[in-house]
Design a protein around this ligand. Structure first.
Ligand code: PMT
Length: 219
């Protein structure tokens, strides 16, 4: 039995990849398995929170007891989050959201008639930045997936997106991060930082939520 440190809190979490359609049979996506975000949803509930999980397509079962909203594209994830966010006092953006989508999704399967194929991309809305920019934002926690200069880029995202906290992982290390059962996180908040050493994602979820809760009251 976990101490109910998050009792009375309502937490909105995004998890998994997004899929951006190219034509009726193809899409662009990434290697996110959803494991980190689902571990956060399960841990938050065990610590007493009410949880809504907005998830891109994964192989995982929706965690029992949480409100689950399945989506495919970044735009659908954005719409679901914006519809839900008012009801929550914490937002954690753990999803690997596609930064771009194809400008024009083809209504018919693209044929291989040409040797070269060009696609034009347009930027997707930034869900995390949009949540943090709301007039009354929840306590907003972002993730940062970086392959180099982790601390520099994470702290830049923290400031630029006006977040309360950011959890950075080094996704160039294939033993952690995308699809692994393990991760290691560098957590930054305005004026401080803490390293959460390599561990399984379940344990890291508890550690991150405990840290979030310590900073929640000061926000
Ligand atoms: O799912 P797993 O296999 O367990 O892997 C976990 C993970 C590596 C996916 C996870 O730990 C992680 O790092 N998630 C964030 C991945 C990501 O998209 O990082 P980013 O640095 O590109 O984005 C920064 C932040 O902005 C993230 O909180 C992201 O959710 C958010 N974002 C990004 C783009 C966008 N259009 N909208 C967003 O909200």
């Amino acid at each position: 039995n976990q101490p109910q440190i998050l009792a009375g809190k309502s937490i909105l979490i995004t998890a998994g990849p997004t899929q951006e359609a190219i034509d009726p049979v193809r899409y662009l996506s990434n290697h996110s398995s959803g494991k980190m975000g689902y571990a956060l949803a399960i841990a938050a509930q065990k610590l007493g929170a009410t949880v809504t999980l907005v998830s891109g397509p994964t192989r995982l079962n929706p965690p029992a007891g949480c409100e689950f909203i399945g989506v495919k594209s970044a735009q659908q994830m954005y719409d679901a989050v914006m519809q839900q966010v008012d009801k929550h006092n914490v937002f954690i953006g753990c999803a690997a959201v596609a930064d771009y989508r194809v400008d024009e999704v083809m209504s018919q399967k693209i044929k291989k008639d040409n040797d070269k194929l060009s696609l034009t991309f347009v930027k997707n809305p930034d869900i995390l930045a949009s949540v943090a920019a709301l007039p009354k934002p929840p306590f907003t926690v972002g993730f940062a997936a970086e392959t180099h200069d982790l601390s520099h880029y994470a702290q830049d995202k923290l400031k630029r997106k006006k977040l309360n906290m950011i959890a950075a992982n080094d996704v160039s290390d294939t033993s952690i991060g995308f699809n692994s059962d393990h991760n290691a996180l560098s957590i930054f908040w305005p004026g401080g930082q803490q390293r959460l050493a390599k561990n399984n994602k379940d344990m890291l979820a508890y550690q991150l939520l405990t840290l979030m809760n310590q900073h929640y009251d000061n926000a």
